[in-house]
Design a protein around this ligand. Sequence first.
Ligand SMILES: Nc1ncnc2c1ncn2[C@@H]1O[C@H](COP(=O)(O)OP(=O)(O)OP(=O)(O)O)[C@@H](O)[C@H]1O
Ligand SMILES: [Mg+2]
Length: 453
Amino acid sequence: MSQRILITEDDRVQREIIRDILEQAGYETCPCADGPTALDALADGAYDILLTDMKMPGMDGLELLRRAKEQCPDLDVVVMTAHATVKTAVTAIKEGAADYIEKPFDKDELLLVMARTSERHELRQHNRMLVRLVDDSVSLGNIVGKSPVMHEVFERTRRAVSVPSTVLIQGESGTGKELIARHIHFSGARAKKPFVVVNCAAIPETLVESELFGHEKGAFTGAETSRSGKFELAHGGTLFLDEIGDMRLESQAKLLRVLQDGVIERVGGHKPRTVDVRVVVATNHDLKQCVDAGKFREDLYYRLEVLAITLPPLRERMEDLPYLVSHFREKVAEKLGITPPAIGPDILDALRRYRWPGNVRELENTLEQAFILAKGDTLTLDDLPEKLRAPEPNAGDIVLPAGGVVLEDLEQELIRQALERTGGRVKDAAELLGLTYKTLQYRMKKHEIPRTL
Ligand SMILES: Nc1ncnc2c1ncn2[C@@H]1O[C@H](COP(=O)(O)OP(=O)(O)OP(=O)(O)O)[C@@H](O)[C@H]1O
Ligand SMILES: [Mg+2]
């Protein structure tokens, strides 16, 4: 990874040797002959590391270190000292230097110290970014998401909180349907009343009605006592009917009647009972398709569809991934009682390449598993399960949109994304795009794209 290094060394020959070594290794450098010039350069541009000589006429390395850290607290400083002055190196470390290197040094020693420092620097920057994400991330309660589709979901969820209508939540498994249902209940007027869950797929079809509406004694074989159903239990609160797509047609008819009149009748009973229940239903089937296939009542579908919230699969909103990772990093660490591990950019890239068939639940579980297996306080690719290390190629990811595309716009967009992913490092962005540094610079100029987005 190329980083920007500010070199401060009063000896011209040494300065140039250092510059050549670092540039050959892929770093971007800015060589300065003294402290004041270095501070000016720092004020003008973004640097990752300051590599400074200790003994310089005028402002010495220690003073430069202090003032540079004051100006840019995120900067990592490496000091170069002669053997006789190792004591000053210790002082420098106490003052906040990241590392030191003893003069004279050879090329490999220099590269080793710089690689170590730049790796730490990058990881810290990255985790700072993740922590910032927690603060700024757009979320509704504990539902996290920043993509436009999730904005729409938040909008509809807010509306659902403030009206008593029935809500239909659709989405693949693990996309957060129950999370939304809970939010609607617990942030609305019914929060202090019961939230009752019925999973229609988990109950034998023939028992669904007695489960929902209750039954009178002797209503069917085995009904030895009368029992109230979930609608009665949820009185004043919310009934969450999960997997509604699996309910058989007769039960659907009865449900529709309750939704229309607010009245239930126990199985085997004749006394209508009025209930005040807000109903939220969820399904991971496409209900419209179920209607077309004759498996779901059209009239019930239209009644439910009035306030419908559709959760997109995670793979269609990968821009939410860093925010979700940031959220689960805290949540999972708290659950496990550990300090949240640092998460490097390579991990995010690996997570981005995967298709997430189990959606957000799979992401959460994967992180939990990785945190448990992690050997150090930093998550590495080795801690991730196999499926993420050898991802299937995402063939067909690039598809020409039906309405066509303006190639120039696509180029601009890809350049922006590459710069964003590499934190504005042109050299790395060029590598991602298979361009030379010069060509990318030329194209950025052409499209007027700044290096910091
Ligand atoms: N947007 C999100 N932000 C934070 N956590 C989320 C989000 N979406 C899902 N989760 C978490 O993922 C897990 C699965 O969510 P949930 O149980 O709501 O999914 P579901 O759609 O009901 O799945 P299923 O269809 O399998 O029942 C939960 O731990 C939930 O907290
Ligand atoms: Mg669920």
